[in-house]
Design a protein around this ligand. Structure first.
Ligand code: 5MM
Length: 358
């Protein structure tokens, strides 16, 4: 295992106030997003979409790494350049989602277990040969009446740790993504409790599998109230609760925490990340950054709608949201940036969620 290379890559991914672009939607998920806007659900449409994303001018100013899906890592630009090389050429590190999806957990209605460990060693070697320098595996934890169960938390944590160990053996930095879903009407405190239990299990298993913490990144959810909870919270409340949760459960040796957006609007995700960095930047052991998919891509996808004529505007919207998140990493995401782009996605947050920039 090349320890120094893993440490260097993990640090590079969180350096210069940049973050990650998750563009690793599996074909069913990507097709679902395309269907919303009447975009054809074909391999060529997915290639065209990923092509304009990886060639967005200035993307590397805000994005350090891009997470690809198996099909995307095998695809090329029109001129024959593999997407992984196109990213590397502009200074973005290519990564790969390696889990095979969250499936029903037997005997546990409503709960999921992520699959993909069988044959993973071989797939990692192939992905490394194709240029990937890091990987990602997502575990899904739902909150509901009587769950998550202890068995669900332990099984998912164990799978994440087995995956992470195999990645490091193969020279790829593992991004460990335990996602506590926002679905439900639970209050903030319940999300805090479940996220704490989740992270505690994950780090127990990571230690058990001898994963080198300096050579990995954590991709957690922010601690937020359930989507249909009547008591929504300010960005400052979310920031304080999320950081409290991380301080209690994430070892200082981990170089970075890169949040998923989980269905928050782009603006709300940026506001909350910004609030964390306004309040805690410089006082935490790890970098607080982003690894968003929908919160960066959605406004751009809505503009593109599968039309070549819209590519330039869509690239502008993508680059804009990426830049907003780089500013949020610095705690400099100004309310003034809002509405100042070509994006047209509707806001799902309310003004009570706006954070005051000091
Ligand atoms: C939680 O999903 C990850 C982060 O995306 P958001 O910022 O939109 O929450 C994301 O990387 C996810 O793992 C990919 O979109 C792949 O999802 P599927 O469902 O296709 O496996």
């Amino acid at each position: 295992m090349n320890t120094q290379r893993l440490i260097d890559t993990a640090r590079e991914l969180v350096a210069d106030d940049k973050g990650l672009l998750a563009m690793d939607e599996s074909n069913p998920t990507c097709n679902e997003r395309f269907a919303q806007f009447g975009i054809s659900q074909t391999e060529e449409a997915r290639r065209a979409y990923r092509q304009w994303i990886v060639t967005t001018p200035g993307l590397a100013d805000s994005i350090s790494g891009a997470i690809l899906y198996d099909e995307t890592l095998r695809q090329h630009k029109d001129d024959g350049t593999p997407f992984a090389k196109a990213l590397l050429d502009v200074g973005i590190i290519p990564g790969i989602k390696v889990d095979l999806g969250a499936k029903d957990l037997a005997t546990h209605a409503g709960e999921k277990i992520t699959e993909g460990l069988d044959g993973l060693r071989g797939r990692l070697a192939e992905y490394g040969d194709m240029g990937a320098r890091f990987a990602k595996w997502r575990a899904v934890i739902a909150i509901g009446e009587g769950f998550p169960s202890r068995s669900c938390l332990e099984a998912n944590a164990h799978a994440l740790a087995r995956y992470a160990a195999l990645c490091q053996e193969a020279g790829l930095v593992p991004i460990v993504e335990p996602e506590v879903l926002m679905t439900g009407d639970h209050p903030l405190e319940r999300c805090l409790k479940v996220t704490e239990e989740t992270l505690r299990n994950v780090f127990i298993q990571l230690n058990c599998q001898r994963v080198m913490l300096e050579g990995m990144l954590l991709k957690p959810n922010m601690v937020v109230p359930g989507l249909t909870c009547l008591e929504q919270k300010t960005a400052d409340d979310v920031a304080d609760t999320t950081v409290k949760c991380l301080l209690r459960n994430v070892p200082a040796a981990v170089p970075g925490v890169a949040f998923l957006s989980g269905g928050q609007s782009g603006e709300l995700a940026s506001e909350r990340l910004n609030a964390m960095n306004v309040r805690f930047r410089g006082r935490l052991p790890w970098a607080l950054t982003f690894s968003f998919a929908r919160a960066i891509q959605q406004p751009a996808l809505e503009i593109w709608r599968g039309q070549e004529a819209n590519v330039s505007l869509a690239q502008h919207a993508l680059s804009y949201r990426a830049k907003c998140n780089r500013m949020a990493r610095r705690g400099e995401y100004p309310a003034a940036m809002q509405g100042n782009s070509t994006e047209s996605a509707s806001r799902s947050d309310s003004s009570s969620n706006l954070v005051t920039i000091k």
